[in-house]
Ligand binder design. Structure first.
Ligand SMILES: Cc1cc2nc3c(=O)[nH]c(=O)nc-3n(C[C@H](O)[C@H](O)[C@H](O)COP(=O)(O)OP(=O)(O)OC[C@H]3O[C@@H](n4cnc5c(N)ncnc54)[C@H](O)[C@@H]3O)c2cc1C
Length: 353
């Protein structure tokens, strides 16, 4: 299938079928793009008629309103991985719709180093630059050298180098300008070597039995990361409601020196550059009284994951409004106790905290 499907009154496509939270109401139409030309045509065609567009890949980082999305949902399903572009064997160019966990597994199996600690993160390759996906001390900004995009403002295909992507913690120019770019493909520099990139995450280093900032075996790193992630409900599993989430619901707050000075002494602190301090959203949430498994009511259909304080989960039959109600309660509780305002990590579509 490679075209636009209109949702009929009998069988409207519901966004809950396309998101890992399994939340979100109906949409006007769905275009499934299996080629780059189809992807550009689906977006440009909607833009030409001023039809709102929601580009969706794996649906693992979105919260869609119960009212749904009144416009065209463009599903990115392009495929293709090529290596050695421009005679450089370290470069790997990947189509936006390639599933990210499969891509990581393939790179590890073929002895390419640089994305092994990002094993098991749901979604597609083209979405990884959007929030500069990261975990266990690695982020895609470490290895992305360029992102090919359809620039909706210019009406042209453009290649952005890494600096132009303006990567930062869970952000990029794509996140800051949400309606401007459609990612077509991503180019990574992944050296052919059996050693991983330096391990920068203490919990991972301990599990691997290596020192911090030391490398380890590539396959060991991805296997260990997958074990750690499964223990936290961070690998998709349809049977496990702890994974019916959008991953971490809040980003770790980055505080100014003044804000950091007034933070509770026991709060975790990590150097974030320029005198700023990153603290742990999970710690703040837990200390504000919202522990694992917390729900607003005994029969709540949205709760904090039983395995991970940062994930808000659908226990079955939930609504987006219920999810937002819990998110607001958590944010209000943390603000009241610590004076820190948590920011949502997923993209909110048609709704707000
Ligand atoms: C269980 C679980 C664990 C997770 N763990 C992590 C983690 O460890 N680290 C982390 O960083 N994230 C994590 N996430 C969040 C999420 O998996 C990532 O952000 C992922 O990259 C989103 O990919 P996706 O294809 O599902 O994007 P989608 O949810 O489909 O889209 C997310 C955003 O990107 C836009 N977008 C999607 N594709 C394109 C495109 N081709 N061009 C332009 N815009 C596009 C969408 O419009 C939307 O705004 C986790 C999520 C879950 C459910």
């Amino acid at each position: 299938m490679n075209g636009v499907e209109s949702a009929s009154a009998d069988a409207p496509v519901r966004l809950r079928e396309l998101t890992t939270l399994r939340l979100g109401g109906p949409c006007g139409e769905v275009a499934v793009a299996e080629s780059e030309d189809a992807l550009i045509a689906a977006v440009a065609g909607a833009d030409a008629c001023a039809t709102p567009v929601l580009v969706l890949s794996g649906g693992s980082n979105v919260v869609v309103a119960d009212a749904g999305f009144d416009g065209r949902v463009v599903l990115v399903r392009t495929r293709g991985i090529s290596t050695g572009v421009c005679n450089d064997s370290e470069l790997v160019e990947v189509a936006a719709g390639e599933p990210w966990p499969d891509f990581v597994a393939q790179m590890v199996a073929s002895g390419r180093s640089g994305v092994e600690a990002l094993a098991g993160i749901p979604g597609c390759v083209g979405s990884t630059p959007i929030q500069n996906v990261g975990a266990y001390g690695q982020e895609v900004a470490d290895t992305i050298v360029g992102v090919r995009v359809w620039d909706r403002a210019a009406g042209a295909v453009v290649e952005l180098d890494s600096a132009s992507c303006r990567f930062s913690y869970r952000s990029s120019t794509f996140k800051v300008n949400p309606d401007r770019y459609v990612v077509l493909s991503v180019r990574f520099r992944l050296p052919l070597q059996s050693a991983s990139a330096a391990i920068r995450y203490p919990e991972l280093a301990i599990r691997l039995g290596v020192g911090l900032d030391q490398p380890a075996d590539l396959a060991d790193v991805s296997r260990t990361v997958l074990e750690l992630r499964r223990g936290k409900g961070m690998v998709l599993d349809a049977e496990d409601h702890d994974t019916w989430s959008a991953g971490s619901f809040f980003t770790n707050p980055i505080l100014t020196p003044d804000e950091a000075a007034s933070l509770a002494p026991a709060a975790p602190r990590f150097e974030a550059g320029g005198g700023r301090v990153k603290t742990s959203a999970a710690w703040l949430i837990d200390q504000a009284g919202f522990s694992k498994g917390y729900g607003l009511r005994p029969d709540a259909t949205v709760t904090i994951s039983t395995k991970h304080t940062l994930a808000l989960t659908n226990r079955g039959g939930a609504s987006t409004e219920e999810l937002l109600e819990l998110a607001r309660a958590v944010r209000t509780g943390v603000r009241a106790k610590f004076g820190v305002t948590l920011m949502p990590e997923p993209v909110l579509v048609g709704c707000a905290l």
